[in-house]
Design a protein around this ligand. Sequence first.
Ligand SMILES: [Zn+2]
Length: 234
Amino acid sequence: MQENSNSTMGYKEHAVKDVENLKSNIRGATRIHGAGQSDKKIAFVIVDVQNDFFSGGALPVPEAETLIEPLNAAIKNAEQSGHLIIFTQDWHPVNHSSFEENGGDWKPHCIQGTNGAALHSRLYCPSGAKIVRFGVEPEMDGYSPFENPLMDQLIDTPEVGLVYVAGIALEYCIFATCKQIRDRNKEVVALESLIRAASPDKANETWSKSDNLSIKRLPNLPEEHKGVLGVIAQ
Ligand SMILES: [Zn+2]
């Protein structure tokens, strides 16, 4: 995966550059043939596995370290199956409105180009994976990768039938990502064992909201999809 060194690049420039890469990705993608999913591609979205959300970072999430090993196994499995793999990155300017000093709720985190914004060093990143950076606009929430038009170009296409979601943090970027995938009439499965919550004791509230939006959780994975990401579906 190529790290983009030009952090000042706008969404539009990112999109143009990455869609070129996507074309070859689509051509090489594996099809799945489950009920209602024939001839559709699977996307695997790994949300915000960034240093600032791990211990020692600006906004550590409990148990984040335990995510890496099983997540890497799932990513390798998805890579071998030819699925579209997308990593998202919270990617803020210093004047982002979500920061306390700018009237928001959060400590400064995931500032563009810093170590805190980098993907975790042990995260397995296949060479064909896509990166979607969001939270770039100072006045936008910064909770959903769909703030970046590249996300729609990757997901909101007839080619994609099913989207798996994993990563950090359940209540914020995971929930927003899943909801917006559902808003685009895509089937979405939240891989519960590969998701970490900022407040684990309140996670059930978010899962209840997700259930109401028909966001599936791994325990409810349809039979025909078991084994697609076999390592974590066991
Ligand atoms: Zn953020």
